[in-house]
Write a protein that binds this ligand. Structure first.
Ligand SMILES: [Zn+2]
Length: 391
């Protein structure tokens, strides 16, 4: 899934005159240990059948029914599916897109709205770094790129044991020599892999790193990692280069990435809250966050997992206001009420490349009204004051 595809979804709006509906469906697979139960595939079908029932109610149109039938077909084929999935559909406007996602979608749900529901997607994509996964042992290394759920092997480094080392016999004297030789060659291999990781990082090929290796190899390999490569390391899993499957690499990496994101989100949100207290590069509360969004100041946006608030949107200029006023303060035109401001904020964040971070049970954010932002700058202060101190 590319950024342009996400932007296309964020820009989509149904034509009200056609009475059409933007349908968003998310599928959360069972956790690996429960896969034999295939519970989620059953849940998915129930969710859609429920939506079909309400769509059958008077006043709803046929195109929605057709979309739901088609999604029901998709769900029927999700038995045993191990990846997350999203479908965005609006047959009235000839729109149908399916995406495979990492298995952390949240919940299996369907949304029928005037825009596509992008919250689960935004939560998933929020802090999605360009990830490098290197699976390493003493002779082999395989290097992968992982973008969302797309795992691609970028290269391999194979250290051929020199013939003299591999063909040493079993007699005592030569065996000891062979062992030293093998250790020396493993050292060369680990150095070669580290060097490759360093140059790829410098070329901007990846931003964060995950290593897969035998636990016994890690103490040998780790000291060879360059300090700034190591800074980018977000976790390690136990794996055998020869036998590890793509599926296992994806599963381990998704878990590591998820843990890292949760920790990083908490740190950054606390930063935003404390910067806001110091009148620095942070703001809290819906009113201030909306102002900062409009001023183009926002770098990262933090939302409580279940954050929702009513607000108004100007039908003419798009101004968003936390006060439920009937005419726009910016242009004077009429406003309309939004049941949930997030439906307007998320597409803005996606269009402007603002990092969107959802947090669960974060006390700092909770006390700050469950919405906060880290700012690139503050337009109401000059660069010499607290802004500089905060950055
Ligand atoms: Zn306006």
């Amino acid at each position: 899934m590319t950024r342009d595809e996400i932007r296309e979804l964020a820009a989509f709006k149904v034509d009200d005159k056609k009475g059409a509906c933007a349908l968003s469906f998310y599928f959360q697979p069972d956790p690996p240990q429960d896969r034999s139960h295939r519970r989620e595939a059953i849940v998915a079908k129930d969710v859609i059948k429920q939506a079909l029932k309400s769509a059958a109610a008077p006043g709803k149109n046929g195109s929605l029914h057709a979309d739901l039938d088609r999604i029901l077909d998709v769900a029927t084929n999700l038995r045993g599916h191990v990846r997350g999935k999203a479908v965005f559909a609006c047959s009235a406007q000839n729109f149908w897109k399916e995406y495979e996602l990492p298995p952390h979608v949240g919940a299996t749900q369907i949304y029928l709205q005037s825009r596509f529901q992008l919250k689960p997607l935004a939560a998933l994509l929020g802090a999605q770094p360009a990830l490098c996964v290197a699976v390493v042992d003493r002779q082999r290394a395989r290097i992968f790129d992982l973008r969302l759920d797309d795992l691609r092997e970028r290269g391999a480094i194979v250290h051929m044991l020199s013939r003299s080392a591999s063909s040493y016999g079993y007699n005592g004297y030569e065996a000891g020599h062979a062992e030293r030789r093998v250790a020396e060659e493993a050292l060369q291999q680990f150095k070669a892999v580290s060097e490759r990781l360093r140059t790829d990082l410098e070329k901007g090929i990846w931003e964060r790193l995950i290593i897969g290796c035998h636990d016994s190899n890690w103490p040998e390999f780790e000291p060879h990692l360059h300090p700034y490569v190591k800074q980018r390391l977000i976790g390690r899993f136990s794996a055998d280069v020869a036998s590890v499957t793509d599926e296992e690499i994806r599963d381990h990496s998704a878990d590591i990435l998820n843990r890292w994101r949760i920790e990083r989100a908490a740190t950054k949100a606390s930063e935003a809250v404390s910067f806001a207290k110091a009148h620095g590069r942070g703001v809290t509360g819906l009113r201030r966050v909306l102002q900062a969004l409009e001023a183009g100041e926002v770098q990262s946006l933090f939302l409580g997992e279940n954050y929702s608030a009513r607000a108004v949107e100007c039908s003419h200029c798009g101004h968003l206001d936390a006060h439920l006023i009937s005419s726009c303060v910016a242009c004077g035109h009429r406003t309309h009420e939004l049941g949930d401001i997030c439906d307007a904020i998320i597409p803005i964040a996606i269009r402007r490349d603002i990092e969107l971070v959802y947090l669960k049970d974060n006390d700092d954010l909770d006390r700050a009204g469950n919405i906060a932002a880290l700012l690139r700058f503050r337009s109401d202060q000059n660069r010499t004051g607290q802004v500089a101190a905060a950055s």
